[in-house]
Write a protein that binds this ligand. Structure first.
Ligand SMILES: Cc1cc2nc3c(=O)[nH]c(=O)nc-3n(C[C@H](O)[C@H](O)[C@H](O)COP(=O)(O)OP(=O)(O)OC[C@H]3O[C@@H](n4cnc5c(N)ncnc54)[C@H](O)[C@@H]3O)c2cc1C
Ligand code: SF4
Length: 334
């Protein structure tokens, strides 16, 4: 690992000033991804700016929603009783990730910004367009079983590895950012970018921009009747092979409202807006869910070893939606 300078920021302004002063500075939160990438030689910062002491609170907002500081640990967010009650899918997604020790270190901001686990990205002896655009994408003809089928490009078929971000996509959160050019707010759709012909950047953040807060919506019956499900190669300590975050309300057998997002299929958490539109207002039946999700995955471009992700994702989503529709408490029907 190359040596680098270390600076612990005591305020957001200090962090941003330090990042603005060095074009090769990286923010460091829990370090559970960045330090691994530094050891592998994938990330070679000249300086790291420790932001782990900043934005560490979960607060209730005037809107009734919650502001989750980027420095809140994955464990603390998952355990917060208000979050568990209002957004079960978020708490469940967090608890399905990594291990207890990692979740204690991992921050909300770092989780959003962790890099892909594509094997070639992590191996500097191999070409990879995400590390060095133009060098090629060996995953297409090589090991791609865990890689993406939606939103990918010929340049890159990597997936985003976060579980938490899949639930956040279904929750319609707002990401608050501060940076050298001021503050801004982005939806998750605006925050993550698709690879196109430049896979090197995963997000629309500019250098020095710091995620400060994730704004969650006010609690609602729809969002409390939600869940997260994850398929993986072992029961713990493994990234998703497929995952789904879902929420639904049903009245008299008709879907009043629905949220659906998939993980491990795309370069960003995949909000299934087409399927949602088709499901909303229709019968709350497995047949209707299958038909809608098949339309969503109609846009999929599979490679020989990852086509199984379509039936896997569809089956997980249909089962979860059917369970949530059947189990919803009487007072959550709208
Ligand atoms: C063995 C293992 C298994 C794992 N399994 C899972 C899993 O199943 N599911 C899952 O979702 N995750 C999993 N993870 C990933 C883990 O959740 C992430 O490594 C963690 O969330 C990253 O958070 P961090 O605070 O440690 O980030 P860091 O490593 O400190 O930073 C990660 C990136 O985010 C940037 N960054 C950090 N904070 C900010 C900020 N506020 N603003 C802007 N940029 C910022 C850093 O510059 C860096 O580029 C696993 C990790 C390991 C090592
Ligand atoms: S899929 Fe993306 S990250 Fe993986 S080798 Fe290809 S370009 Fe690199």
């Amino acid at each position: 690992m190359k040596e680098c300078a270390y600076f612990r920021a005591s305020t957001v302004a200090e962090a941003i000033d330090a990042a603005a002063a060095d074009a090769n500075a990286f923010y460091l939160a829990g370090g559970t991804n960045l330090v691994d990438l530094m050891r592998l030689g994938v990330a070679e910062p000249r300086s790291v700016i420790d932001v782990s002491g900043l934005s560490t609170r979960i607060t209730q907002l005037d809107s009734g929603g919650f502001g989750v500081g980027a420095g809140v640990s994955n464990s603390d967010l998952a355990a917060d009783l208000r979050i568990r009650r209002a957004f079960p899918m978020l708490s469940q997604a967090l608890l399905s990730g990594a291990s207890g020790q990692l979740r204690n270190m991992a921050s909300v901001g770092g989780n959003l910004l962790q890099r892909t686990r594509c094997l070639y990205f992590q191996d500097t002896s191999k070409p990879c367009n995400k590390r060095a655009n133009g060098s090629g994408c060996p995953a297409r003809s090589g090991v791609h079983r865990d890689l993406g089928i939606l939103g990918t490009s010929t340049a890159c078929v990597a997936t985003h590895p976060s579980d938490m971000a899949v639930a956040l996509a279904a929750l319609d959160v707002t990401v608050h950012i501060d940076g050298p050019s001021g503050r801004r707010r982005l939806s998750l759709d605006e925050f993550y970018r698709l690879p196109g012909d430049d896979p090197t950047r995963d997000t629309t953040l500019s250098h020095g921009e710091l995620v400060t807060t994730i704004e969650l919506p006010p609690p609602a019956p729809l969002l409390s009747n939600s869940a997260y499900r994850k398929a993986r190669d072992r029961a713990s300590y493994a990234f998703a092979v497929g995952s789904v975050a879902a929420a639904i309300t049903v009245a008299d057998g008709v879907v009043a409202d629905v949220r659906l997002a998939f993980g491990a299929v795309a370069p960003r958490p995949w909000r299934a807006r087409t399927a949602e539109r088709l499901i909303r207002g229709g019968p709350a039946t497995a047949e209707a869910f299958v038909a809608a999700i098949d339309v969503e995955f109609g846009a999929a471009e599979t490679l020989p070893d990852n086509a199984f992700k379509i039936p896997l994702s569809r089956n997980m989503a249909v089962t979860l939606l059917a369970e949530l529709a059947a189990d919803q408490p009487t007072d959550s029907r709208t």
